[in-house]
Design a protein around this ligand. Structure first.
Ligand code: SAH
Ligand code: SF4
Ligand code: F3S
Length: 473
């Protein structure tokens, strides 16, 4: 780490300025201690790991992809379903081997499980540090503390922390797309969901720091940013000087105006906050991608009420209709939970029918997993038998596969603007890219085009997961 003093006496922090996106193996940019970070859960957690990497780099740690090299192992954890937590606990036991081989190795549990289980982890032999999502600035100090044989814990949840001054170190870099967190926490209190307990209250990040990050990324060659939050549409930031309030629609516009060549995506949208202004802003700017992830969770109004989603089936479908009306070529995707407390067979069928009506291009699908402390756990009975949950889920998945296949087949013959993201997994002779609707398209390479370029591709064929095409001149 090198700091330089400018003529005017101010520090120029070489590690912060200019090269937020260093290569992992680029030893010049960092100290010789190594941190290995393993991430689970949502995109926000992955973005948090990039913030953690930036904080640790200030303390002389470079990120490594090789666990055998590590002086420090961080696991950034997820509590959303019981299975996610079980997987992690098993993974922790595997770290014992590394600790045996390297007596100085420290292991830290970060993220949502750290927040949920707190001191419980300190009883675990493998774990030296337990640090919640709002306490990452204290990591260097806690690591130091742990080196003296202490256990370090900080699970304080903040009402203000947004890490807005920290430029994330891009860990999973393809050099084309990057995440920018715009809100943290969640105020919604869906009855099934643990997130409000692990991430705390919702807060919105300074709009100018978001735009500055987008400008910086564009300058580095990035061509796509995804604005992240549990509920991006409720973004609201007040400029402390002018008192001007910046809504999500306004923020979207500000980021879209960074450069027409910078694609803007966002996730996740809570249907209750998907206001017309956002839809019109999307329609107005070509570079705001024509894709909305709008999780419905259930297609039945009684179940939605029990879930505390605050909308009905009819209200949701009206929003979907409005979106298709204003942006006819948009793709909408969703999340569904099968077998929520007291869900009947007919109510499950309502979920299947809303999927068809909304015509989702894709979905993330789960069966209900009861989470401690949530309203559902406290007040409702988790009474749908596991086999029934699993059967309902498989019906949802089967239907979504059909819908995705139809959706994709419908694109055959169309020409899309595609941002090239890299080589296709199967062949070096093919590129992989995505269209505005977030669909992956595979097509043969052509001379003169590379990663980060835009090109037009005609769709020739489709599976339920991918479009196959060729460059259209
Ligand atoms: N903030 C986002 C989603 C966060 S969690 C939203 O409001 O849509 C991602 C998804 O996990 C949720 O949309 C939901 O479908 C699923 N999920 C959350 N809690 C769950 C639980 N207890 N059991 C099963 N799935 C759950
Ligand atoms: Fe959980 Fe609901 Fe918040 Fe999404 S909106 S994170 S599902 S409480
Ligand atoms: Fe999981 Fe926490 Fe994200 S519970 S889904 S990592 S906010």
């Amino acid at each position: 780490m090198f700091k330089e003093v400018r003529d005017d006496g101010k520090f120029i922090d070489e590690n912060r300025q200019g090269e937020a996106f260093f290569k992992l193996d680029d030893k010049v940019q960092s100290g010789n201690k190594k941190v290995y970070i393993e991430s689970y859960g949502c995109q926000m957690n992955f973005n948090d790991s990039e913030i953690v990497a930036a904080i640790m780099r200030e303390d002389g740690y470079s990120a490594t992809r090789n666990i055998d090299d590590a002086d420090l192992i961080f696991v950034n954890t997820c509590s959303i379903r019981d299975k996610a937590e079980k997987t992690l606990l098993k993974r922790l036991t595997e770290f014992q081997v590394y600790k045996k081989n390297n007596k100085d190795l420290k292991v830290g549990v970060l993220g949502c499980m750290a927040e949920r289980l707190k001191e419980e982890f300190l009883e675990n032999k493998v774990v030296d540090l337990v640090v919640g999502p709002d306490a990452y600035r204290s990591l260097p100090e806690l690591v130091e503390w742990s080196k003296h044989g202490n256990k370090g814990i900080n699970v304080h949840l903040s009402k203000e922390e947004t890490y807005d001054d920290i430029t994330p170190v891009r860990l999973d870099e393809n050099g084309v797309s990057a995440f920018i967190s715009i809100t943290r926490g969640c105020n919604n209190m869906c009855s099934f969901c643990v997130v409000p307990y692990t991430r705390g209250r919702e807060r919105s990040r300074n709009a100018f720091s978001i735009v500055a990050e987008a400008v910086d990324l564009f300058g580095k060659g990035y061509r796509e940013v995804t604005l992240l939050g549990q509920n991006v549409d409720s973004y609201l930031w007040e400029n402390p000087e002018t008192k001007e309030q910046i809504s999500f629609a306004k923020l979207l516009e500000m980021v879209a105006e960074v450069n027409p060549l910078l694609r803007v995506r966002f996730a996740t949208s809570h249907p209750k906050d998907m206001v017309d202004e956002v839809i019109y802003t999307m329609a107005k700017h070509k570079n705001i991608c024509k894709y909305i992830h709008l999780p419905v969770q259930s297609g039945n109004s009684r179940v939605l009420e029990l879930m505390n989603r605050t909308y009905t089936r009819e209200w949701y479908l009206e929003r979907v209709k409005k979106i298709y009306e204003i942006i006819p070529d948009i793709a909408i995707s969703s999340d569904m939970i099968a077998g929520f407390c007291t869900e009947t067979e007919d109510e499950h069928k309502d979920t299947l029918s809303i999927m068809k009506e909304a015509n989702y291009s894709m979905s993330y699908m789960f069966y209900y997993s009861e989470r401690p402390r949530t309203k559902a756990e406290k007040t409702l009975e988790d009474d749908v038998p596991l086999e029934v949950k699993k059967r309902r889920l498989s019906e949802i998945i089967r239907l979504q596969n059909q819908l995705s296949f139809e959706h994709n087949k419908n694109d055959i013959g169309k020409v899309f603007e595609v941002l090239i993201e890299g080589d296709s997994k199967k062949s070096d002779n093919e590129f992989k890219g995505r269209n505005s609707q977030n669909k992956v398209i595979i097509f043969p390479k052509e001379e003169g085009l590379g990663i980060g370029d835009y090109t037009y591709v005609k769709v020739l064929d489709a599976t339920s997961a991918t479009l196959i095409g060729k460059i259209e001149k």
